[in-house]
Design a protein around this ligand. Sequence first.
Ligand code: NAD
Ligand code: TYD
Length: 352
Amino acid sequence: MKRNILITGGAGFIGSHVVRLFTTKYPDYTIVNLDKLTYAGNLENLKDIENLPNYHFEKCDICDYEAVTAVFKKYDIDGVIHLAAESHVDRSIKDPFTFARTNVMGTLTLLQAARNHWNGNWDGKRFYHISTDEVYGALQFDGTLFTESTKYDPHSPYSASKASSDHFVRAYHDTYGMPTIVTNCSNNYGPYQFPEKLIPLFINNIRHRKPLPVYGRGENVRDWLYVVDHARAIDVIFHNGRINETYNIGGFNEWRNIDLIKVIIRTVDRLTGKPEGYSDELITYVTDRAGHDLRYAIDSSKLKDELGWEPSLQFEEGIEKTVRWYLDNQQWLDNITSGEYERYYEEMYSKR
Ligand code: NAD
Ligand code: TYD
């Protein structure tokens, strides 16, 4: 079946992997990447696929109803995979308004544009919203896991804004009958992640011999999933997931921050020919993040049982691949820190 799919936030970290998977796996689909290109949007992430005939880019703010509506019309969109968001907890603590605007109002704008475009004809339509496990709040060190029925209990402005957007998506199903799906995923890692998040930040800092700021005592726990496995899950769920369902996506791969940080340090040192322990001195304990959630851990057995998805990569392999990628693509990191990537758009698209 031919489809016209709108992927929002496709120039970001996870979105770029989803765009790559869909454009290469489904040559008959029209894939439209709608992205505002905030500080986190980087078209260099898509250099390898940007000339594929089924790939289209639209620079657009999801909060701009007229512009979003025009994109729905131009491509006659029948499926949405919505990833565009402000995504960094620390930024949300400093600037919660931007998070409410993009994550809440932006999602609502997109829902309303889809609803009007589809005009009650839901046949073959799908609005798939990508969310986070952080909406469930924090777990203790007691072995419990977030399931799809865990009560929402967000703590940070980021997770509060994502929780709100999840509710709006479900409300569009319940009120108007829109075919929606929501997935809540754990922490992703892998190539093309903006170097403000733990793993790429630390790899970059080790490269520059800068301190590695460990929040609090480094005892918080996160469940890590390789980003390509998340993209694979999105593919499976978009095509085969049941309407109005929630699926949790996770790696069954919990790490205490400090233990993960030591793995990163060991891997970077080994791959750059340094003796073991060489970069340990960079570890610097700093004031804890406000409202820092203690532990996230996902039970993704519903997704495995219903749709047969499970992570394909062991963590050891994933982290090795990831560190190698950042070391092999140091220019990508340098372009971000120098702001060069913002000029890439001008060069690529102003001529067209
Ligand atoms: P990211 O910050 O790397 O990318 C976000 C993208 O959205 C960027 O390309 C940015 O330009 C775009 N964007 C932001 N505001 C926009 C707006 N107003 N209009 C149009 N585009 C806009 O984020 P990510 O880490 O790739 O996360 C993608 C999605 O997955 C988010 O919805 C996030 O909440 C969710 N998620 C992320 C993780 C994770 O570990 N990174 C885990 C679970 C869920
Ligand atoms: P992060 O990558 O920001 O993801 P999230 O907050 O969405 O889980 O952070 C992962 C964990 O690492 C989190 O517990 C906070 C911690 N952290 C640090 O200790 N130092 C840092 O510089 C950063 C960015 C995060």
